[in-house]
Write a protein of this length. Structure first.
Length: 144
């Protein structure tokens, strides 16, 4: 058996990410306000259109993505649905005293600290939400 001596060397490997990690902001739904809204304005259907703290009440369930990390949101989605998959969110600036969501806005107009209103829909059901945008999604500070 022939042995060959090799000089010891140190190899340095640099970290190379395999995908881009997006910055995101979380928005927890104020479930008490939302359930009251659904009942007051006739959207309550006995359970299918309701809000729960472990779903839309969790700020990691609704996120606004900033894909290019420029401080401007590109899209808002609800991810923590109860078996409905990912739902797109339609964002509004305000809600009138008569319950109408008004002034649709895009995710690019939303900033951390803003109180926003939004709807999500699946089939013939629509949920109405209200919440304040936070800097990170609860439990997912670097969500992508």
């Amino acid at each position: 058996m022939e042995r060959k001596w090799e000089t010891p060397r140190v190899l340095v490997q640099e970290f190379e990410p395999n995908e881009y990690v997006a910055v995101c902001w979380g928005v927890a739904c104020d479930v008490s306000w939302a359930n009251d809204y659904e009942q007051r304005y006739g959207f309550w259907d006995g359970g299918n259109v309701s809000h729960a703290s472990d779903h839309c009440g969790n700020s990691s369930n609704q996120v606004i993505y900033d894909w290019n990390n420029d401080g401007v949101g590109e899209r808002m989605v609800e991810t923590g649905t109860d078996g409905l998959g990912t739902l797109n969110c339609r964002i509004y600036e305000d809600c009138t005293e008569t319950g109408k969501f008004i002034n649709p806005i895009s995710a690019s107009q939303v900033q951390v600290g803003d109180l926003i209103y939004w709807t999500t829909s699946a089939g013939n059901r629509t949920w109405h939400h209200r919440g304040t945008v936070t800097a990170t999604a609860e439990g997912h500070p670097n969500r992508s």
